[in-house]
Design a protein around this ligand. Structure first.
Ligand SMILES: Nc1ncnc2c1ncn2[C@@H]1O[C@H](COP(=O)(O)OP(=O)(O)O)[C@@H](O)[C@H]1O
Ligand SMILES: [Mg+2]
Length: 206
């Protein structure tokens, strides 16, 4: 059955001002997210999503599928159902990313931070090197569980401090009673921009 392959093929992506945009897709798909490498669609009437990679990044599909295969036995990662040339099919995660939690004022608890730690250390025990762990790649589900997505960079060799930095920010700022639990998206995006382009670059050159 070529169900998922046909769905992936229905997604038409073009570039406007060098940015990828979706110009068409099957009626069975609902766009639920976009990242730096792909568009993510919920497959209607199922609990699955199909992540369709931008044309020049289609090779990441196989890499991400390889990593998901390694972490399938760990609860905090979605199940993988299929991998094609430019797409993967995984569980739809119902809930809020940590980014959404912060912008909507949904509390993040220490228990959830520890659950992320556990998920990442379990991946390490399986020979992976969790990388690219940022607020939009961690979900708090409606049942209060943690799910980590976007695992394509888990096999890279380079050390990634992003999660340690986020955890430090949680304990030094967020958890303090005076710290606001709801932040405007522009502020979070601004902090992320400074972190990526200033702080981490300094850390590399120092
Ligand atoms: N399994 C999923 N369930 C629900 N939403 C998802 C799922 N996977 C991705 N998304 C949404 O799509 C966005 C982009 O997905 P992601 O896998 O991070 O793509 P990229 O590799 O391009 O960063 C996520 O931040 C999230 O909002
Ligand atoms: Mg992402």
């Amino acid at each position: 059955m070529d169900l998922y392959k046909n769905l992936a093929e229905s997604v038409e992506i073009t570039y406007r001002n060098k940015k990828p945009v979706v110009i068409g897709h099957s009626n069975s798909l609902l766009l639920v997210g976009m990242g730096r490498s792909a568009f993510v669609f919920k497959i209607k009437d199922t609990n699955k999503v199909i992540k369709v990679f931008f044309p020049e990044l289609s090779h990441i599909a196989r890499e991400e599928a390889c990593v998901y295969k390694v972490v399938q036995h760990i609860d905090s990662y979605p199940s993988l159902y299929e991998c094609g040339q430019n797409y993967i099919v995984i569980d739809y995660v119902k809930g809020y990313t940590f980014f959404d939690c912060l912008t909507h004022g949904i509390p993040i608890s220490e228990k959830e931070i520890r659950a992320v730690d556990f998920a990442l250390s379990s991946a390490r025990k399986n020979g992976l090197n969790p990388s690219d762990i940022h607020l939009r790649n961690i979900f708090k589900t409606q049942d209060g569980e943690i799910k980590i997505i976007d695992v394509a960079r888990f096999r890279q060799k380079k050390k990634c401090d992003q999660w340690d930095d986020l955890k430090n920010a949680f304990y030094h700022f967020y958890i303090k009673p005076f710290f606001p639990k709801k932040l405007p998206p522009f502020l979070l995006n601004g902090i992320a921009f400074l972190y990526k382009n200033v702080l981490r670059k300094q850390a590399v050159t120092e």
